[in-house]
Design a protein around this ligand. Structure first.
Ligand code: ZN
Ligand code: ZN
Length: 194
């Protein structure tokens, strides 16, 4: 692990916690890559996700800082040990069990919709409410129907893959946003086992 960059990241996060206006720019300048270590890079990616938009998720600063401080005492570059820390769980709460949120446009009817890009290790579908964009995560093994969304609309069924309007599977990507950003404006519920 690149200890020099890790220590700089700790300093930057302390500055950000103290609401120093140059903190974000200095953190961006660190430009941490995979070669600097898996834990450090993963942590930095969380920071990028949480602050790639304005005003960012300020609630992420303290767990990020605490994780960075703990990483300075890690004896090996052990990502699983990092993921098991409670601060990591706090970050997951902020972004949901999602890697990226994708905007798609149907190639047939041009309907736009949102899809949840989850890790291949996550055995659940992210069902996005067509009306308000809130999300229900439904485990592959859960047989019970999802509850109604808080807005009153039903969540789409897990079999509705692709366009909600016409059923077309092909879509054009319209880019994506960080789940930290998406879930600053939408809520999610994890169903049983998800
Ligand atoms: Zn809704
Ligand atoms: Zn369509």
């Amino acid at each position: 692990m690149n200890l020099q960059k890790l220590r700089k990241l700790v300093e930057c996060l302390r500055l950000q916690d103290a609401e120093n206006p140059s903190a974000i720019e200095e953190t961006l300048r660190l430009n941490i890559s995979l070669e600097d270590g898996y834990c450090l890079f993963n942590l930095y990616e969380q920071w990028l996700g949480a602050f790639s938009f304005l005003p960012g998720r300020k609630e992420a600063v303290l767990p990020l800082l605490s994780l960075a401080e703990k990483l300075t005492k890690f004896s090996s570059d052990d990502t699983l040990a990092m993921y098991s820390l409670s601060e990591w769980q706090q970050l997951v709460l902020l972004r949901g069990p999602v890697e990226t949120v994708l905007f798609e446009k149907c190639t047939n009817c041009s309907h736009s919709y949102v899809s949840m890009g989850t890790s291949g290790f996550y055995d659940a579908n992210g069902l996005v409410c067509d009306s308000c964009g809130n999300v229900y995560f439904k485990s592959y093994y859960d047989e019970t129907p999802p509850p109604r969304c808080a807005c009153g609309r039903e969540f789409p069924s897990v079999t509705t893959y692709g366009c909600r309007q016409c059923g077309e599977k092909k879509s054009l990507s319209q880019g994506g946003v960080s789940p930290y950003e998406y879930f600053s404006k939408h809520t999610y519920i994890r169903g049983p086992g998800a």
